[in-house]
Design a protein around this ligand. Structure first.
Ligand SMILES: *Cc1c(COP(=O)(O)O)cnc(C)c1O
Length: 348
């Protein structure tokens, strides 16, 4: 006999990308930033530490919301902070999708979404991307119990983006809110932040893990209309962000010049990675993120992944049931990418 809810017993838990604790790996598997964050982040964390941690943190992370509001041009009352944007996704799912209700997501995309529905005892429905990674009107058709649609934009694993005009159209015709997961948007040409004031159906989540090089800090946030944020605040833990992460995140969002410089470097290396893989016979999707999706007609993606791993280069092998497999390779430093390409050259 099990003490767990049936939904939990039946759940195969989400497995994040490998984080090897031993051995020296070139890590190109979880889309972390290869460069250190702005030095202002460590200074802000140290200053907070010196003041001490005996008090509870600000439950609403007001300092961050004010700074982010100015930097991004949004209303601070329209921002909800979370322990990583994964927590934001959990909170929104918990608040909107009841037991046996329906969550819609595109396929293939971020695997975690389906797990969130399962934890909730809810159903999920996958709508396949078209061959060119666009989304057909199937994504917006009504369905019984449909309560939330999630759209990673840029998408993972493809790195492709749905243009804001089309996102607005999807949101306006969907009978439920649309959460646009912009974890990678700082590496893209467009974003959907301006749509939030146009439609109370649109929620935009952001992460400091990738573009701000702070995956270890655990900080993400949601932008939506203030009445939506007010509702979500009722669902979150009182102190979901700790004092050190709030201080670090506030310094990070303020460091616009650092972000621009980091972005430029990653984008330049993305060009190099894409060209290098294509020269080796890979099909590579044009990416708007800090990773690329690569497949090879003549070689098994799983074998390439394993051979790279034996040589201490970690990439992400993804196998999507009913769709296909491939390699998702994060944009590291030029040296890391050159090492990866040199190894692949001996394998294909
Ligand atoms: C990495 C990632 C996240 C999670 O980011 P955290 O802020 O680290 O929780 C969310 N969505 C997508 C699509 C991601 O790839």
């Amino acid at each position: 006999m099990s003490y767990f809810r049936r939904d939990i017993d039946e759940l195969v838990g989400y497995t994040p990308g490998e984080q090897p604790q031993a051995g020296k790996f070139i890590k190109l598997n979880t889309n972390e930033n290869p460069y250190p964050p702005s030095p202002a982040v460590a200074r802000a964390i140290s200053a907070t530490l010196e003041r001490g941690l005996s008090r509870y943190p600000d439950p609403l992370a007001t300092a961050f919301r004010q700074r982010a509001g100015e930097v991004l041009g949004v209303d601070p009352d329209g921002i909800l902070c979370g322990n990583g944007s994964d927590e934001i996704l959990t909170l929104v799912t918990r608040a909107f999708v009841g037991e046996r209700e329906l969550l819609r997501l595109p396929y293939p995309s971020y695997i975690l979404y389906k797990t969130l529905a399962q934890i909730q005892g809810a159903r999920s429905e996958e709508v396949h991307f078209a061959a060119d990674w666009s989304l057909s009107d199937d994504f917006l058709r009504p369905a019984d119990g449909l309560r939330l649609a999630l759209l990673p934009n840029p998408n993972s694993p493809s790195g492709t983006i749905i243009r804001p005009q089309r996102v607005l159209e999807l949101a306006e015709r969907l009978p439920c809110p649309l959460l646009v997961d912009e974890a990678y948007v700082d590496f893209a040409e467009t974003n959907c932040l301006a749509l939030v004031s146009a439609s109370d159906n649109i929620l935009v989540s952001r992460s400091l893990s990738k573009s701000y090089a702070l995956a270890g800090l655990r900080f993400g946030f949601l932008v939506a209309q203030p009445q939506v944020i007010a509702g979500l605040r009722k669902v979150k833990d009182s102190y979901n962000c700790d004092a050190l992460s709030i201080a670090g995140a506030t310094a990070a969002i303020d460091a616009s010049a650092w972000l621009a410089e980091n972005r430029a470097r990653i984008l330049a290396t993305r060009v190099r990675l894409t060209a290098g893989l294509r020269a080796l016979g890979f099909a590579v999707v044009e990416s708007q993120a800090n990773f690329v999706w690569a497949t090879h007609d003549g070689r098994s993606a799983r074998t390439l992944y394993e051979q790279l791993k034996q040589n201490h280069v970690l990439v992400r092998y993804m196998d999507y049931a009913g769709w296909g497999d491939g390699l998702r390779i994060s944009v590291g430093t030029d040296d890391q990418i050159d090492a990866c390409l040199a190894l692949l050259k001996t394998m294909v």
